[in-house]
Design a protein around this ligand. Structure first.
Ligand code: SAH
Length: 328
């Protein structure tokens, strides 16, 4: 199937969002991304999560005058704003509305392989959190949607209406690390027998009734994270993308990943650790039988986090964790 792609500055679908592109999402760890990705003139770069194009415009500036880039995102509204913001770069950049789980196919379609750098900045953009009707936030009462791609798949409300109680408890526990997962799942199933749970406010109030309020974060924070990860199959998508990234990188090409919670960071960390080792046989194996050869060299010895000055300017940076590796 032909990827749904557009030139920067082009229009995608019938997006209702307009306005000051980029003003509502400040890219996190921007200096660190440029440092570790080290874009250069003539290079080819992929931004797997272009969002509002903050990182990608810095990558294009750093690879002037002729570096090229592909920006991918599932969200048509974000891509439309990114397209406006990246218009000055003309045909140096192409945007694709797709999932980064199809990374290899997209990059090959655009004839950009092998690539010199791949960035993935996981999670939700501030634009998505601020658009109440997307249903990512419980700050406003809005339909429980939570899909990055609003054209397909089940919404969070659909999931809550159909999932069995034990599976729901597993989702809340696994993806939200929610200690009260079982109690919340039981309450949701009891409630939906009376009436469907359709809005962020209904869900947030229900969870607050079950677990009460303590500490600074809203008691529904973990459950909202868990549902978003489940609705979008986020961890599977990361796991599917990382090996494709390695395959696409030229020797010396770099992978930079920013994650926002421990589940994502663990996947990235373990993937880089394993890909950086020559042998992955269990330690008790006397002689190597796996034949595994390192394909990556780890660049960040420990995880990179935002400075206190950046966190003060941009609270979203507080939980950001960056890791980088280079293709051997
Ligand atoms: N770096 C961006 C912000 C990215 S926010 C900037 O500087 O503006 C994360 C983005 O990832 C969101 O726009 C979200 O829609 C997108 N996203 C999440 N899962 C995705 C997937 N599987 N494929 C492509 N994009 C995805």
């Amino acid at each position: 199937m032909k990827p749904d792609n557009i030139r920067a500055g082009g229009k995608i679908g019938s997006s209702a969002v307009s306005g000051d592109a980029g003003a509502s999402h400040v890219p996190v760890l921007l200096d660190e991304v440029i440092h570790w990705l080290a874009p250069r003139a003539g290079g080819r770069y992929i931004d797997c999560t272009v969002g509002l194009g903050g990182h990608l415009s810095a990558i294009l500036e750093a690879s002037a005058p002729d570096g090229r880039a592909l920006g991918i995102d599932l969200d048509a509204d974000a891509l439309s704003l990114a397209g406006e913001r990246l218009r000055p770069f003309g045909d140096r950049v192409v945007l694709a509305r797709d999932s980064y789980r199809n990374l290899a196919r997209l990059v090959r379609w655009h004839g950009l392989d092998p690539v010199d750098g791949i960035l993935v900045d996981l999670g939700v953009s501030s634009l998505q959190l601020d658009q109440a009707e997307r249903g990512f936030s419980f700050r406003n009462d809005a339909p429980l949607d939570m899909r990055f791609d609003r054209t397909t798949g089940l919404t969070a409300a659909d999931l809550l209406a159909t999932v069995d109680e034990s599976e729901l408890a597993a989702i809340l526990f696994r993806y939200g690390e929610e200690p009260r997962a079982r109690a919340i799942a039981r309450a949701i199933v009891a409630e939906r027998q009376r009436r469907p749970i359709k809005t962020t406010g209904e869900l947030a109030r229900l969870i607050e009734r079950v677990v009460g309020r303590s500490g600074r974060a809203h008691p529904a924070t973990r459950a909202f994270q868990a549902l978003r990860i489940a609705v979008n199959g986020e961890l599977d998508a990361i796991e599917a993308m990382l090996p494709q990234a390695v395959e696409l990188l030229a020797p010396g090409g770099r992978l930079v990943a920013i994650s926002f919670h421990s589940l994502e960071d663990r996947i990235v960390k373990q993937f880089i650790a394993e890909a950086s080792r020559d042998c992955i046989c269990p330690p008790e194996t006397p002689v190597c039988v796996c034949g595994h050869r390192a394909t990556l060299r780890r660049l960040t010895k420990s995880v990179v986090t935002a400075s206190s000055a950046e966190v003060a300017r941009n609270p979203r940076a507080r939980s950001a964790k960056l890791r980088a590796a280079e293709r051997i």
